[in-house]
Design a protein around this ligand. Sequence first.
Ligand code: NAP
Length: 236
Amino acid sequence: MKIAILGTGGGARAHIAKLAELGHEVHVGTRNPKATLARTEPDMVGTPPFGPWLAEHPGVELHSFGHAAARGELIVSGIDGHNAVSALSAIAGQLAGKTLIDYAVPYLYNPDIEHPWPTPWGVMPTLDPCDSDSLAEQIQRALPDTKVVKAFVTQEQTTVVNPGAIGGGDHTMFIAGEHADAKQQALDLLKAYGWSDVLDLGPLVAARGMEMYAHMHSAIGFALGFGTHFGIKVVR
Ligand SMILES: NC(=O)c1ccc[n+]([C@@H]2O[C@H](COP(=O)([O-])OP(=O)(O)OC[C@H]3O[C@@H](n4cnc5c(N)ncnc54)[C@H](OP(=O)(O)O)[C@@H]3O)[C@@H](O)[C@H]2O)c1
């Protein structure tokens, strides 16, 4: 299948590598391919530059966001949460009629807030939107001709594409969205990744809970200590 991954960050790279390994034709989207390939320094979270990483993944093609979306039959968006709506709106035509799985967290970095949450890497970003809206719903409203599914975001990026890496794979993946056929596509992808426990949370409004879980995920990570991998399981 032709799959477009919009984004070149760490989460995107996990999907790109796994999808290529599974035999899919992977088209990666970035703002400006030349500029992305010219980068030589890690980004602000320490992710190494994309060019050398891409060179180790032959067959994967790098395009602009629009060209990648045009080539993909299924779209996975890993565009930074704060910029996703504007970037995806700009390529609405190339996304029309397709399923888009969004896994971004709508983080607003370096917030000027009254009660900051100090973390080992600076102040915890705030979530915007939060509580009364979600990034996934914003994307769906901006792209009425695209079927948006929220997924992946409550598990670590390495676990998303390889659930068996921890706990024998016995943990839960959530999905939410308005379109049954689009959620089936997400489910098929998750099964191919190795997921056996996928809980459909229902309509896209449930993405509010999935995105807000980001803070709890961080809190658990701080408690367990840097480098400890973990997943979450709904026991029922
Ligand atoms: N388990 C999970 O589901 C999981 C795992 C990791 C991350 N996440 C979340 O998913 C999102 C992506 O994370 P990530 O680590 O893969 O990548 P990231 O480093 O957060 O985002 C990188 C992508 O966003 C694009 N971008 C940044 N600023 C932009 C702007 N102003 N306009 C348009 N595009 C812009 C970048 O474009 P260029 O390619 O042009 O630089 C790049 O492709 C984040 O919200 C993150 O919190 C979720």
